[in-house]
Design a protein around this ligand. Structure first.
Ligand code: PEP
Ligand code: MN
Length: 341
């Protein structure tokens, strides 16, 4: 259950409300987000408390536990959240008219190949480079990433190209180290429900691309975002990256309906990852167009100058010339719906 308190409440009064609730055997946590002051309350039989608390004068509203993603919802925040990253010419905006493209290899392999791909995506007009160092893989025998040695490579890419950089953070204990180099964290599909990690990055200010769990529904995705928001970080970008279906031709099913559905339920921006969704480079462009048409606020793409030699996900990595064509078509689709890619 969440108690929305009156906005003019002093710290002292907040403590008194919390103490009164705790004295009845409940646990409380105070949350400040979107200019609102909230108390999260858990414990047995909150229904009884709910009826009573509604009458208290410091209480604006009580949200019962059946509505588990209040901060992520349009009920809490009506207008779209706009997340700005970077400065000057390098600034990108998620959740507004712009549709930023994020592109790069699945994983950083060597400094030379990563830099070469970064230069290629920059020349195609991309402002954000992706390249993972820590790879949570389904099989322990698959390439696990080059790890922290690659952080210096990310730094070099940023210095040489001016691109913003997205990289994956796998565990809470890695987050501070990765934050020094990454402009945006990625939390991958396998970690959407790593609640300790969500709580940890929630206490940082770093923008987070939160990928939908491959077996998670939309409400579960919004609940995962709620962890980050409720620990204080408003910079959450959701990502539809495909969910498990019975289809075998594609690796996952890109849930296009998730885009307008999330927009109906939530103010948070949502981007798509057609690379991991399809697992096939031949499908990436079509899925991107469909995603843009459905309202996606950005696209994250795997690009490799030599996909056959890629250490991971070569089958879904598009070539530099496919990237150029994709951007050309994407601009047309974006402009048809009054947006800019
Ligand atoms: C990735 O972006 O490299 C990745 C592994 O994505 P996902 O977590 O969606 O599988
Ligand atoms: Mn990949």
């Amino acid at each position: 259950m969440i108690i929305v308190l009156k906005t003019d409440l002093t710290e002292e009064k907040l403590h008194r409300v919390a103490e009164r609730i705790e004295s009845e055997g409940f646990y409380t946590r105070s949350i400040s987000q979107y200019g609102k002051l909230l108390l999260s309350v858990d414990g047995p039989n909150t229904e009884r408390l709910l009826k009573e608390v509604t009458k208290w004068q410091d209480v604006e509203e009580v949200i019962d536990g059946h509505f588990p993603y209040y901060l992520a919802s349009r009920k809490c925040h009506k207008s779209n959240s706009v997340i700005r990253i970077g400065k000057g010419d390098n600034q990108v905006t998620f959740g507004d008219k712009e549709i930023p493209v994020i592109a790069g290899p699945c994983a950083i392999e060597t400094a030379e190949t990563a830099l070469a791909i970064a230069e290629i995506v920059k020349a195609a007009g991309v402002k954000i480079f992706r390249g993972m160092l820590f790879k949570p893989r389904s099989s322990p025998y698959s390439f696990q990433g080059i790890g922290k040695d690659g952080l210096e490579i990310l730094d070099e890419i940023k210095k040489q190209t001016g691109l913003l950089v997205v990289t994956e953070v796998r565990e809470a204990c890695e987050a501070d180290m990765v934050a020094e180099y990454a402009d945006i964290f990625q939390i991958g599909t396998r970690n959407m429900s790593n609640f300790q990690l969500l709580k940890y990055v929630g206490q940082m200010n770093k923008p987070v691309i939160l990928k939908r769990g491959m077996g998670s529904n939309i409400v579960e995705l919004l609940c995962a975002a709620e962890y980050i928001l409720s620990y204080g970080n408003p910079n959450v970008i959701l990502c539809e990256r495909g969910i498990r279906t019975f289809e075998q031709f594609t690796r996952f099913g890109l849930d296009i309906a998730a885009i307008p559905s999330v927009k109906e339920l939530s103010h948070l921006p949502i981007i798509i990852d057609p690379s991991h969704a399809s697992g096939k480079s031949s499908l990436v462009s079509s899925l991107t167009m469909a995603g843009i048409a459905a309202g996606a606020d950005g696209v994250i793409l795997e690009v490799h100058d030599n996909p056959e030699k890629a250490f991971s996900d070569g089958t879904e990595s598009i070539t530099p010339s496919q990237l150029k064509d994709l951007i050309k078509s994407g601009k047309k689709v974006a402009s048809a719906i009054g947006r800019e890619l």
